[in-house]
Design a protein around this ligand. Sequence first.
Ligand code: PXP
Length: 253
Amino acid sequence: MKPLGKLRLGVNIDHVATVRNARGGDTPDPLRAAKLAEEAGADGITAHLREDRRHISDADIEGLMQMLRVPLNFEMAATEEMQRIALRHRPHAVCIVPEKREERTTEGGLEVAREENRLAHFIAPLREAGCRVSIFIAADARQIEAAHRIGAQVIELHSGAYCDAHHEGRFDDRDRELEALREMSSFAHSLGLEVHVGHGLTYDTVKPVAAFPEVMELNIGHFIIGEAIFRGLAPAIHEMRRLMDEARAPEQA
Ligand code: PXP
């Protein structure tokens, strides 16, 4: 199968806000990072407004909505508060993620299958407001079928287990996780869902995932923001873009 189109890169700016909040002031400014990312060729900006506001703030979301020319992918938990905020701003996309206060990052995918009814009701007004609704899930056929049944247009597959296995040198596990991502991308696409992938991706892990023809978007944050310390944000993004393009069309790269 030929790739379905140009692979989009969504740059997640949460961790610019993490550094800002470590000192409680105004710098570094995530909006400035978003602007720079946009100028460096990001196809979208992703930001997760957590219930505990540990990184992105309500004012950041407000600012991003006013300033961005590329689409905002607003990550949020399925709570009434977040639904109200999303309906007020009507971002291009809303990605529903599981959230636990005690976790350091989004550890797993959403349990859609167990909460189908509630989530169907939860996302309906978001869709009616014109947001593209994405559900962040593990590479698991049950969850994909449930996401499809509740009316999501997009799924984002959690690549954390694949990336962790790679960086920990557990290569059999890595290959198994990668195979699950590949199979489930294809399965989700066959149901008519748009497929995104994200979490934990680095220069070392991005290419095999970028090569999956059904994947339309990668959302990458922590590694790019970390790499920006060493080479600057724009060059860090350019290198990710280069690797994605190389994986997508090796003969043209
Ligand atoms: N996609 C989703 C749904 C996420 O929750 C996150 C982390 O906030 C990312 C992508 C980006 O992950 P990372 O920061 O590890 O690149």
